[in-house]
Design a binder for this molecule. Structure first.
Ligand code: SF4
Length: 288
């Protein structure tokens, strides 16, 4: 891990340009600790991340993405479906470049093997048709002028952006949004409250998800699915119009506070322990 010296110049969050976009990640970061948001999205400082920290999750996501893109391609061409070899190759390419020690690399490959095999089984039995992998979206969200009391007039909207792991079309023509997760599987209550899925449902409801092949606007998601890659299990959920309206209110409130440069730190033992700016932040709690 690289050690970053404590800053010798004043923090720049007071006058650095504000971000043009917000996302689920920036929103969550702000709500957890506005100071961390400022480090990452306003001052744009690189945080300290251990080599390979996200290697497994990144490798599995990339393997699934490459596989689904290929499925979409071969379906259009009428050629054979991809197999396990494609998943393994794509996963390995990410792991090999992740800076892992030889033992860590071997361990990650062992962990990945059943994950990829289970995913292939899932695909073989699914009746839904993949439409897109890593589908980007952007939504312009209106912001009331008073929210930007000290900001220029052109910030009267905030663009909310993101990427959906995957979008499928169900046999009845409805849209399914999938999010892949590695690590511990979670239950229905957690998935029902998952903010990231709400963000995707919001994008769909605002007509921001488009079929990349046809350009057609996809119907709002009727089903949201989290696929827990390690266990090969999935949990389904949905969102009501009231939940999506609440999400938009939270987004507008957060964007307003960020644009008023409200970047007070929220130190907390657990939060600071895992913060990539803990060695840079004068307010960090160091008892975690
Ligand atoms: S170290 Fe703690 S207080 Fe400082 S930015 Fe990170 S989470 Fe916030």
């Amino acid at each position: 891990m690289t050690i970053v010296e404590a800053p010798t110049t004043p923090l720049r969050a007071a006058d650095a340009p504000l971000p043009a976009y917000e996302s689920y990640s920036s929103m969550s970061t702000y709500e957890a600790c506005p100071r961390r948001y400022a480090f990452r999205y306003v001052e744009r400082l690189p945080g300290e991340v251990s080599p390979g920290q996200f290697a497994f999750g990144n490798a599995v996501h990339k393997a699934f993405e490459v596989f689904i893109r290929q499925r979409i391609r071969v379906r259009a061409e009428g050629t054979p479906e991809p197999g396990l070899d494609l998943l393994q190759r794509a996963c390995d390419q990410v792991l090999e470049r992740a800076g892992l020690e030889p033992g860590e690399l071997a361990g990650a490959r062992v962990r990945a093997a059943p994950v990829l095999a289970r995913f292939l089984e899932r695909e073989a039995s699914s009746l839904s048709i993949p439409v897109a992998a890593e589908l980007g979206f952007g939504v312009n969200v209106a912001i009331a002028a008073e929210v930007f009391a000290e900001a220029p007039a052109e910030t009267s909207t905030v663009r909310f952006v993101g990427y959906v792991d995957r979008v499928d079309r169900a046999p009845d023509g409805s849209t399914e949004v999938l999010d892949y997760k590695t690590g511990r599987a979670r239950g229905q209550v957690d998935v029902d409250a998952d903010r990231q899925l709400t963000a995707y449902a919001y994008a769909g409801a605002r007509g921001a998800l488009r079929d990349p092949t046809t350009g057609e606007t996809l119907r709002p998601a009727s089903r949201l699915c989290v696929y827990f890659a390690d266990s090969g299990t999935e949990v389904l959920t949905g969102r009501t119009a009231a939940q999506l309206a609440a999400f938009e209110r939270d987004l507008v409130a957060m964007a307003g506070r960020a644009r008023r440069r409200e970047f007070d730190p929220r130190p907390d033992s657990w939060r600071c322990r895992w913060c990539e700016y803990r060695n840079l932040c004068p307010d960090a709690r160091r008892d975690g």
